[in-house]
Design a protein around this ligand. Structure first.
Ligand code: NAD
Length: 443
């Protein structure tokens, strides 16, 4: 048996008998649920974050992510299976290191890979022989081999595939999804070499219930994640374009989609709305278009769907203007109540939320805008904080010239909204079950 075989067998053994120590870098929407699953499976898990507040909360057994069960987190911390730190030197203890840091865009919609780069530099300083590093953040094809591999080799002085292993395995968590969680969602793994794939896959098979699907390289795994999210982005773009056309033709787009859904094959329903939100669907396709330019290819579908989706917040304001016009009112000076600033139903995440752009566009026109969101008391945007109203009262509804629904939170009593509002523009079909519809207009 040569040296690298011994290293691999030792790591596989540690994974099997659960003596491997796991590090999760970045304790956000992806990292914290993953750290909890690893600790629940019996691995001693250490979470790393640059935010002291998050690290302190974890160490106190306090949860801050919707998909994590409060009691489970507390219990794992008490049992000593889960802890958190800002101190990267502790990476030297870890056998399995998962990177779950943000991959946003900069102001020119170009990949901001600095979080991945900085965390990898820190890991490289403390990486021990025989460990595996797995990148889980969504990114462009080539990141693992072109960016992480040289940083890790240089910083550690170790050789990839011989002294340590490296793989990419995209995270698919869908915050707020009641059926599919980190635990039961199938996972794709692509390593630098077969050994890395085998080791990473062995770990995921030990902790997850979902299928673990092995691919031939990190690039395939990086690209498949971009295919998943680009597919959603483009199909939502199509749904938004259908909404615009249907409105011009006097057709209810929501009824059209329900009808199309009856086809048992070849059609998957996507829905229109005020635009795209969240840390994935609006951003990830631009990682692909940026990388494609290196190969003299200009992605056309991504750009086109970006044009449609990015125009939706302004489209919502224009449609609202037409509604107000019927009441002889102008956008300037009208009172608008926005229902929902989270980017999707029943969660508190407002990153990239189109509702915030809708509010901005209304305010630019001189409208007086309040918002209500049962999950988001206040939000920060372009350096300013906007506070929501505390309760959805009769007065708040009656006081608004127009109520605009931008998130379909199920906690909201839509019968009550209908009964007490002058007029409602529902961009999410949140009021589909409300019978009296004489003051409701749909996107
Ligand atoms: N949120 C989702 O629904 C989702 C789903 C699938 C994939 N992803 C991908 O997963 C990745 C993480 O997304 P997220 O939503 O969990 O982000 P997040 O912002 O919720 O969490 C990231 C965490 O990383 C920390 N961090 C930043 N730099 C760090 C560093 N150098 N060292 C240690 N910690 C650091 C941040 O403080 C933060 O707590 C992204 O690439 C995203 O595209 C997200």
């Amino acid at each position: 048996m040569n040296n690298s075989n011994t290293t691999k067998e030792t790591l596989l053994k540690k994974i099997k008998n659960k003596t491997a120590i796991v590090a999760v870098i970045g304790l956000g929407y992806v990292g914290l649920p993953l750290a909890v699953e690893k600790a629940k499976a019996g691995y001693k898990t250490i979470g790393f974050d640059i935010q002291d507040k998050r690290v302190n909360m974890v160490n106190e057994g306090k949860n801050y992510i919707g998909d994590v069960v409060d009691e489970e987190l507390d219990d794992l911390v008490k049992k000593g299976l889960l802890s958190a730190t800002t101190d990267y030197s502790i990476v030297k203890e870890a056998d399995f290191i998962a990177i779950c840091v943000p991959t946003p865009l900069d102001e020119y919609k170009q990949p901001d890979i600095s979080y991945v780069k900085n965390s990898t530099i820190e890991i490289s300083k403390h990486l021990k022989k025989g460990a595996i590093v797995v990148l889980e953040s969504t990114t462009y094809p080539g990141t693992t081999e072109e960016l992480l591999l040289p940083i890790l080799e240089q910083g550690s002085g170790l050789k990839c595939g011989q002294d340590f292993y490296l793989a990419f395995s995209p995270e698919r968590v869908d915050p707020g999804n009641l059926i599919y969680k980190t635990k039961n969602t199938p996972k794709v793994v692509g390593g630098v070499g077969k050994d890395a794939t085998e080791i990473a896959a062995a770990m995921y098979r030990n902790i997850l219930q979902g299928e673990v699907f092995e691919v031939s390289s990190p690039k395939v795994a990086e690209m498949e994640k971009l295919l998943e999210n680009t597919y959603r982005n483009i199909n939502i773009g199509l749904a938004n374009e259908m909404a615009i056309i249907c409105n011009k033709m006097g057709i209810n787009v929501w009824e059209v989609i329900e009808a199309a859904k009856t086809k048992p094959y070849g059609f998957q329903a996507f829905y229109p709305g005020p635009g795209l939100g969240g840390h994935c669907i609006p951003l990830d396709p631009y990682y692909l278009s940026w990388k494609a330019r290196e190969y003299d290819y200009h992605t056309q579908l991504i750009e086109t769907s970006g044009i449609i989706n990015d125009s939706m917040p302004q489209y919502v304001v224009e449609r609202s203007s037409k509604i107000l016009n019927k009441f002889k009112k102008a956008l300037n000076g009208s009172k608008i109540l926005i229902l929902g600033v989270a980017y999707k139903q029943d969660i508190d995440d407002y990153r990239e939320s189109p509702a915030i752009k809708v509010i901005e566009n209304f305010e630019k026109e001189g409208s007086i805008v309040d918002y209500y969101d049962p999950y988001v008391d206040e939000y920060k945007y372009k350096g300013k904080t906007k506070k929501g109203i505390k309760g959805l009262t009769k007065e708040a509804l009656k006081n608004a010239d127009l109520v605009v629904i931008t998130t379909s939170h199920t906690k909201v009593d839509y019968e009550f909204v209908q009964a007490n509002s002058i007029y409602i523009f529902d961009t999410k079909n949140a009021m589909k079950n409300v019978e009296n519809r004489n003051n409701i207009e749909l996107l």
